[in-house]
Write a protein that binds this ligand. Sequence first.
Ligand code: PLP
Length: 387
Amino acid sequence: IPSSRITSISPSGKDGWEVHVAAMTRRNAGEDIVVLSVGDHDFHTPAETVEACVRAVREGRHHYTNLAGIPRLRAAMARLSTRSSGIETPAGQVIATPGGQAALYAAVQATLDAGSHAVVVAPYYATYPGTFRAAGAEFTVVETRAADGFQPDAGAIEAAVRPNTRAILINTPNNPTGAVYTRAALEGIADLCRRHDLWLLSDEVYWTLGACEHLSPRALPGMAERTIVINSMSKSHGMTGWRIGWLTAPEQLVGLLTGFNLVSTYGLPDFISHATAEAMENDYGVAEIAARYAGRRTVFLDAIRGANQIQVRGSEGGMYVMLDISAIEPDDEAFAWAFLESEKVSVMPGSSFGESAAGHIRISLCKPEPVLQEAAARLLRFISTYR
Ligand code: PLP
């Protein structure tokens, strides 16, 4: 019999991806469906990064690597952590992982015992609950308010803290809302982490895709020693399929996580480590990708500006736009199904991401501007004739 830990990860039942799955099935059967329900880039990894990888393979980078990452890679990661937080970060405070998800998994394993508790701010990325369950940890979801632009409220988070709470998990820029947490919101969370002696797990995989300069809570007073930043090459450098990310954490925890890598990944692929280090050292693709998403966001939001039944919430960064469609149809799932049916555009119902995003739809910006313009035109037509 499988362990209860493994069976708990994905409880069976409705998971909120039904509209997306139906859209993909229809598209794979040849129908012309515009899929705006998923978050992977529509473009390839920058050619320079691909070349670096091919070169690394040819140079014989085929061997086991250091458990925490090859020194060149850790040095490059530390430089990016320094840049994203503004805090001088030595290589001893970073550790490479196979993607942001593995970084998140390692962060949860490193801070939560079975039976201990975490608080997670909603709306949140779909894998968070399973990642806590895989550690046997309990968690409480704290909702945000759409009317506040999905900004977290430290008072609401604090009300969920229990004697066995060890960590708070946040994500900014946020998936699914695109909200970029304000300094005031982050200061409130930092304050309660210090007072209750909690870890802050800060998922910053979209840090290069915000509309303004990134603010990492690790930079706030007294937070470097209690923050674990989850980072990734997937979104910033266009490398989703390469599976490479990293954690920034106090040096002692990084030492312990090196032991964790020993028993989990046994280090990362050699050639990918070298190619990634080169991509980091030269910022391959970073500015272009950020500009592309900023342009797409502007184009899409401009295209729907006339529709006053739709409110834009959050949507300041990341790869998504969140629209409040509750004035047209409070049941976001019914809206998403009907939109797919009549206009052949798939979007995610907001309620798939928790209560706070109910009455919303999430639009992924992972399509070129003309496609987004066409999708916006179809959305306007759809709402003008709805019911
Ligand atoms: N965190 C957030 C908020 C995400 O949206 C994603 C991917 O979509 C991840 C983490 C994991 O990314 P990866 O494992 O590709 O680095």
